[in-house]
Write a protein that binds this ligand. Sequence first.
Ligand code: PGA
Length: 249
Amino acid sequence: MRRKFVCGNWKMFKTGSEGADLVRELRQRVSTQAQIAVAPPFTALESVKQALAGASIQLFAQNCHFEKQGAFTGEVSAPMLKALGCDGVILGHSERRQHFGETDETVNKRLKAALEAQLHPIVCIGETLAEREANRTWEVVSRQIRGAFAGLDAATIARTTLAYEPVWAIGTGKTATTAQAQEVHAQIRGLLRELAGQAGADAIRIQYGGSVKPENAAELMAQPDVDGALVGGASLKADDFARIIAGAR
Ligand code: PGA
């Protein structure tokens, strides 16, 4: 039985003090067996970490560079995030692929760096609306997964989490139906059997992301291959995020 995993992706929202306020409210409201994380912007990591002291909520970053250090103005490395107290990092989010030139190859390099730094990675994958309408969903998603995991052995792949986020569902209010989500998640599980073996495929959590709300979270996460959620907009309000978490059973 996989432990459900719900992560809040704050994107470019919340200053340090706003983020600390949010998690102070959240920690009062959350009591769950599920794994819970928040991913604030880099500038809020330190104050959110302090506000989370003693809580079981984990701290994730939203990206990391693939080199440990160097002349990469504006970038932050995986060991730096680890030293700050981060537990994990989101990688390959569609907004990074769309706006910042992220490719399967750079996701692969960042993933290797995150794993080497002992950060738990959430690797995001998902098709655009045009790709779905052209019946290319599986071609795109499977290419992204194979690309992200290139050169990794089964045991290493088993240390990751995937987040299936159809791009057309992100921030649009258009959630995939439970059937649409489960269909792709089951296909992903099948590919994981090939890449990570049966035990790895059974262990890896596959989150769903894209307009997850308190109203649809429990039903989505009740699907056999939906092991949690990556939540954007609704993770910015303690009440909404706490209600989503309550749906992770
Ligand atoms: P959303 O974003 O919940 O606001 O649709 C999800 C994400 O981008 O991770």
